[in-house]
Ligand binder design. Structure first.
Ligand SMILES: [Mn+2]
Length: 342
């Protein structure tokens, strides 16, 4: 069952149907779920005879260019000037509800009185819209969009099915994470019926990486250390390491999951040094299974919030101001205290 009522889906559809020039936004560093959401909702608007603009803040990374026409997303500043933002009569914010993840356009969002709908499955929420479709139990934002389309009758063509499947697959770690449930798998099965080739998509998503990204994985793993009694793994990527591996910020996606392969590790942290005196911190944790495993269960969304970020129980992040060593020290201290009695 969806966490959003049929009535709420219908009311939101009736509302956006009246817009003539919608603007679709998602978070910075867009992942498969963000890109899939932008792509799918733009298609649903097209179904209603409305031409929506799906705006990116940065050019799409190769990794997320799994769609037939990835270049149809204008990039703020390069393809679309800030001056035209006021010409839009409605905004849909997808897969995030925080200004910090919409930073390049946050000022405009705060000051503009344009109608705003947010569709999201995250816990952390700023009061940034006047209408919401929120379902924290949805494995992916693309799952909410799939269910929305099913309820209000928007047609899902093959390309849109691929976009929705990609979002669900990426947010569930290709159906391995704790959010993999019957809704996610049921939607995936329906999307395969609509033409998704899961094998081809998996190859596009996982087996077309740059040499830099694979090299970066090695660099990160070389820094692996264990803290808080060995329950927590930590890795760091300095700016120098990023340059040496010829890698970009987007190349770091998923690296944080790797230490979770280790049996004793209950949580994993990746610290990546950004250019502006900020360290990006990614957190992941594992669901405790029966037995000894059950002793440590870390809700990393709470940890991330302590550092000014947010996310989910098993996947969260924060941007922390400070030097690498300073931020690292604070994170280590936090986990040592958190697990002092584990
Ligand atoms: Mn998502």
């Amino acid at each position: 069952m969806s966490g959003i009522s049929r009535e709420a889906f219908q009311a939101a559809a009736d509302r956006i149907r009246t817009w003539k020039r919608p603007l679709l936004l998602s978070h910075t560093q867009p992942d498969g779920d963000a890109v899939g959401s932008l792509m799918a909702l733009r298609h649903f608007f097209r179904e209603m005879g409305i031409d929506a603009t799906a705006l990116l803040f940065d050019p799409l990374h190769d990794r997320n260019a799994f769609l037939d026409a990835p270049d149809t997303f204008p990039v703020l500043g390069a393809d679309l000037s800030r001056d035209v933002l006021d010409e839009y009569d409605g905004v849909v914010i997808l897969d995030t509800c925080t200004y910090s993840q919409l930073e390049p356009i946050a000022d405009w969002l705060r000051s503009s009185s344009v109608a705003k709908l947010a569709v999201d499955h995250h816990r952390t929420r700023d009061d940034l819209a006047d209408d919401y479709l929120i379902d924290e139990s949805a494995a992916a934002n693309c799952l909410i969009l799939y269910e929305w389309a099913r309820i209000v009758g928007w047609a899902i063509d093959c390309e849109t099915a691929v976009a929705l499947f990609a979002g669900i697959a990426m947010d569930t770690g290709w159906f391995r994470h704790s959010n993999t449930d019957h809704r996610a798998l049921g939607a995936a099965a329906e999307l395969v019926k609509l033409g998704v080739n899961a094998n081809h998509l998996a190859q596009k998503l996982f087996q077309r990486e740059s040499a830099g990204r694979v090299r970066l994985l090695g660099t990160a793993i070389a820094t692996l250390q264990f803290i808080a009694g060995g329950f927590v793994a930590m890795m760091t990527l300095t700016r120098e390491a990023m340059v040496a591996a010829d890698a970009t910020q987007a190349d770091t996606e998923d690296i944080v999951n790797e230490p979770l392969r280790i049996s004793a590790v209950r949580a994993s942290i990746l610290l990546t040094e950004a250019n502006d005196g900020v360290v990006r911190v990614s957190f992941r944790s594992k669901t405790p299974l029966d037995g000894a495993d059950a002793s440590v269960d870390l809700d990393v969304s709470v940890v991330a919030q302590t550092f000014g970020g947010g996310g989910h129980v098993r996947a969260a992040g924060a941007r922390v101001t400070g030097s690498m060593s300073d931020v690292q020290e604070r994170i280590v201290r936090h986990f040592e205290e958190l697990l002092a009695n584990a």
